[in-house]
Design a protein around this ligand. Structure first.
Ligand code: HEC
Ligand code: HEC
Ligand code: HEC
Ligand code: HEC
Length: 501
């Protein structure tokens, strides 16, 4: 999982639109501001949802079924599975067929699900469910995560999107009038990925599923976009550096937004005393807080500057550990975004939620609903501000930005005096590592200006990797934690450019 794509993908070097000089908005304090939501998140606001179309209906050769994999006009061909094995493919095209594999069958047995490929609990993320059109439902399901999963139900926009006027429409109008997910907005895109890769009100992959055999969901959009065997069917329009820096910042906000929203949904069900909703839900906590060898003092937090109370695992450490760096660095990625809650205290509502979740083993679900909803509002405001800036055409991210963010991430991984790790939890270290790796990649990787980091980064990765034949960080003790600390310290030093430069 931590084998980050260090290979540079083919990226078009088109310069984005020139920066406009509109004054930044969103400067009012949080409690005085109206509820602001980014567009493209949750469901489009229609009385009746629109029907899905089969992915094959997009595959005419004049539409998206051209013959050249990876080329404009060949999106369906690029997404679809081939008859012969290829080094790269789109995992989404096989998302339905994995519901027949031995892992799914075993999961089904353990969970009392007779046929996973017919069960809503699985189909909701592994396929596009079009209950609106019974005749085509089975075909659409069998196509797995097809076009409609990421671009929205096509029935409403299918004819419109071939007209010349379509291109002139704003992303927002495509969404509000047609339910077309504006994937060109990184904010809308990352939130859409997260609706399956983290979950939402209709998509819940909980600890019961994991204990039955489901892989853990650990989403980080920058890494997922660069997964070497994922054959994407598009070319990013902005320069590589701007794209990757922004995607990492947006990804941190979007992933945590999805996690807080999922927590609110789960807590709301627990309030209703819903018998099938476990509370507290274990998959929302750090896995390796519970799954570890008993008795090792290191694992109790003696390597952390800020250890948690005994017996209380950290709340969603995966998406919390580096988000403050993303918030503080937002101005580097999106210079027009000025929000008080990103600077003085980083994300105060999120901080309150975190505190409550980590105050006791089973916090009161009704309290959590309130705090988690407030955290979602706060994160939505941040995401909407970044989206508005995307819309204005935020220009090119300055060279040297990846170094600055990597420096902050290395600092974030360490305690104030840098003698210890800030948090020894595997998830916290992996989150800081993945961010730094994204910055390394953004700066050009081994051919870029930052090759000095390569070794320390590789050393951190080596210690984070699970031992051969295991699927968790077995014996994650001093012998691993000390070299991780040392290498973050090295990263901190090699990335240290005077701030303001
Ligand atoms: C919240 C969305 C969600 C739900 C619900 C869900 N899955 Fe998944 N599943 C995923 C994602 C995302 C992955 C890919 C995980 C990764 O690699 O990051 C995945 C991966 C898998 C895999 C591994 C696939 C492979 O290529 O090895 C299997 C098997 C699987 N899911 C089966 C199921 C079954 C069976 C159910 C229902 C009992 C289910 N899933 C419910 C999202 C979900
Ligand atoms: C996992 C999510 C996902 C799925 C599934 C998906 N897309 Fe996309 N698609 C994207 C993203 C992200 C982009 C890039 C942003 C953009 O250009 O809109 C994109 C871009 C595109 C583009 C623009 C390409 C370009 O270079 O400008 C087309 C056309 C497209 N997709 C068609 C399809 C078709 C047809 C299918 C089904 C065969 C499909 N997509 C399935 C996520 C997805
Ligand atoms: C409708 C739900 C859904 C959406 C939306 C979605 N995915 Fe997925 N994704 C899945 C499932 C399910 C799998 C597992 C497929 C399998 O292994 O068979 C998966 C697998 C993947 C994998 C492979 C993971 C691995 O371990 O190999 C990558 C990479 C990925 N998705 C990236 C993305 C990105 C990027 C986006 C947004 C542009 C996105 N996905 C949107 C459901 C979704
Ligand atoms: C609050 C503590 C706690 C947290 C947090 C937690 N688990 Fe568990 N997990 C348990 C307990 C207790 C069991 C049941 C052990 C048993 O009865 O075999 C279990 C069982 C499992 C099993 C099945 C093991 C087996 O041998 O049958 C897996 C796999 C698993 N957890 C993975 C995870 C992952 C991945 C995460 C993080 C997303 C996680 N757990 C988070 C406590 C926890």
């Amino acid at each position: 999982m931590i084998a980050v794509a260090l290979a540079a993908g083919a990226v078009a070097c088109l310069l984005p639109a020139a920066r406009s000089h509109q004054p930044p908005t969103f400067t009012a304090p949080l409690d005085a501001a109206p509820r602001i939501k980014p567009y493209g998140v949750d469901k489009a606001d229609f009385k009746e949802p629109f029907a899905q179309r089969a992915s094959t209906s997009c595959s005419a050769s004049a539409c998206h079924g051209g013959g050249a994999v990876g080329k404009v006009g060949s999106e369906h061909t690029t997404w679809a599975r081939e008859a012969f094995p290829a080094e790269t493919s789109d995992p989404h095209a096989k998302a339905y067929s994995v519901l027949f594999n031995p892992v799914s069958v075993r999961m089904g047995k353990a969970l009392g699900i007779k046929e996973p490929h017919k069960d809503k609990r699985c189909l909701t993320c592994h396929a596009v469910d079009s209950a609106k059109e019974p005749e085509t439902r089975d075909q659409i399901l069998s196509e797995g995560v097809g076009c409609g999963a990421c671009h929205g139900p096509a029935d409403k926009w299918i004819s419109e999107h071939t007209l010349p006027s379509w291109k002139a429409r704003s992303n927002q109008s495509k969404w509000t009038e047609f339910g077309f997910v504006p994937t060109k907005s990184l904010v809308a895109r990352a939130l859409n990925c997260a609706s399956c890769h983290v979950g939402d009100g209709d998509r819940d992959m909980n600890h019961d599923f994991i204990a039955a055999g489901h892989p853990r969901l650990a989403f980080e959009p920058a890494r997922f976009h660069n997964q070497p065997d994922y054959r994407t069917h598009w070319t990013e329009k902005s320069d590589a550096l701007s794209f990757e820096v922004r995607l990492w910042v947006v990804g941190q906000a979007a992933t945590l937004r999805a996690a807080a929203n999922l927590l609110a949904e789960r807590a709301a069900r627990a309030v209703k005393n819903d018998q099938i909703t476990p509370w507290p839900e274990f998959s929302g906590y750090s896995c390796y807080a519970c799954h570890q060898t008993i008795g090792d003092p290191e694992l109790r937090g003696s390597q952390s500057a800020t250890s948690r109370p005994a017996g209380v695992p950290g709340w969603d450490v995966w998406s919390n550990a580096a988000v403050n760096v993303a918030a503080n660095s937002c101005g580097l990625a999106f210079p027009g975004v000025i929000l008080p809650e990103l600077r003085e205290v980083s994300l105060p509502a999120v901080e309150e939620l975190r505190k409550l979740m980590e105050s006791k083993r089973a916090p009161e679900p009704a309290e959590i609903v309130k705090k988690a909803k407030a955290a979602v509002v706060e994160l939505d405001r941040w995401l909407a501000a970044m989206q508005a800036e995307e819309e204005r055409g935020p220009g090119v991210v300055a060279k040297g930005t990846p170094e600055k963010i990597a420096h902050r991430l290395a600092k974030n991984a360490l305690s104030g005096d840098r003698k210890q790790l800030a948090d020894h939890d595997w998830d916290a270290l992996a989150a800081n590592y993945l961010g730094t790796a994204a910055m390394y990649h953004a700066a050009g990787g081994k051919d870029g200006t930052v090759s000095a980091w390569r070794e320390s980064l590789a050393n951190v990765a080596k210690e984070l990797r699970f031992p051969f034949g295991t699927n968790s960080p077995v014996k994650f003790d001093r012998l691993k934690l000390n070299p991780i600390r040392d290498n973050f310290e090295l990263l901190y030093k090699t990335t240290s450019i005077p701030e303001g430069k």
